[in-house]
Design a protein. Structure first.
Length: 254
């Protein structure tokens, strides 16, 4: 369901139940993996939800309604053909809508985001090199010693689902990682809570889509407004009648 702003969307009981079920399962998974659609569909139906796919599709989203193009919603984009092994993940916006998702997703994300902003601001600059700032799981654990290792292990995946914050990272088998701090963290430096972050994320998506639209139509001639259909039909009918009248007035040849 396309909306203009996620924070203004009112979720119904089934939408909240589906999001909560996905988030609860991910929080209980030892590796923090998001559940596959096969499990989500079966579990939701076992709880009496008649059409889990319909509920998933009805979740509010801004931008593109499919899996192509920039969009943002309470979950990752849902492809038209939803395979059984597709993993359904929540975004930080879902942590704003569901209080139970804040301790494992929303609040840690905001702390890491502002830590990245600080790193980006304080990084040394050179006139001859492009600035690159990296963050490791070890550095993050040192900055937040009380943050659970399980949450730190999932930081790169969380950022990959947020507007303009996806970045390159490498991950080792033991769960440690190295990640580039995305340049666009600066766009979020004034967000202080989940409401502010989600509002800014929605604004950034709209801004990018508007800029893309202007670039798409830049340089094209302004289309001529179409003629009014009724007037156009009347003019054609008048021209036809005049032609028939002149045909009758011409003397026969021969």
């Amino acid at each position: 369901m396309s909306v203009h702003h996620l924070t203004e969307a009112q979720l119904d009981r089934q939408q909240c139940a589906l999001l909560a079920m996905i988030g609860t399962q991910q929080a209980a998974d030892p590796d923090g993996q998001w559940p596959m659609w096969d499990w989500v569909d079966h579990k939701a139906k076992s709880f009496g939800m008649e059409d889990p796919r319909g509920v998933l599709d009805s979740l509010p989203r801004i931008g593109s309604s499919g899996s192509l193009g920039l969009s943002y919603g309470f979950t990752t984009a849902v492809p038209r053909i939803l395979a059984a092994d597709t993993r359904i993940a929540l975004t930080v916006a879902a942590a704003w809508a569901l209080e139970e998702a804040r301790s494992d997703l929303g609040d840690p994300f905001l702390r890491v985001l502002h830590h990245m902003i600080t790193l980006w601001r304080s990084a040394p600059r050179s006139p001859n090199e492009v600035t690159r700032v990296t963050l490791t799981s070890g550095d993050l654990q040192g900055a937040f010693p009380h943050m659970r290792a399980r949450i730190i292990r999932l930081v790169p995946e969380h950022f990959s689902r947020e507007p303009l914050l996806s970045t390159s990272y490498s991950k080792q088998q033991d769960g440690t990682w190295t990640m580039d701090v995305p340049r666009d963290v600066r766009r979020y430096e004034h967000t202080t809570d989940l409401l502010g972050y989600v509002s800014e994320a929605c604004r950034q998506v709209h801004q990018v889509l508007q800029e893309a639209g202007r670039e798409l139509f830049a340089g094209r001639p302004t289309p001529t407004p179409p003629l009014d259909a009724v007037l156009h039909l009347g003019a054609s009918r008048t021209a036809l009648l005049k032609w028939l009248w002149h045909q009758k007035q011409e003397p026969p040849r021969g």
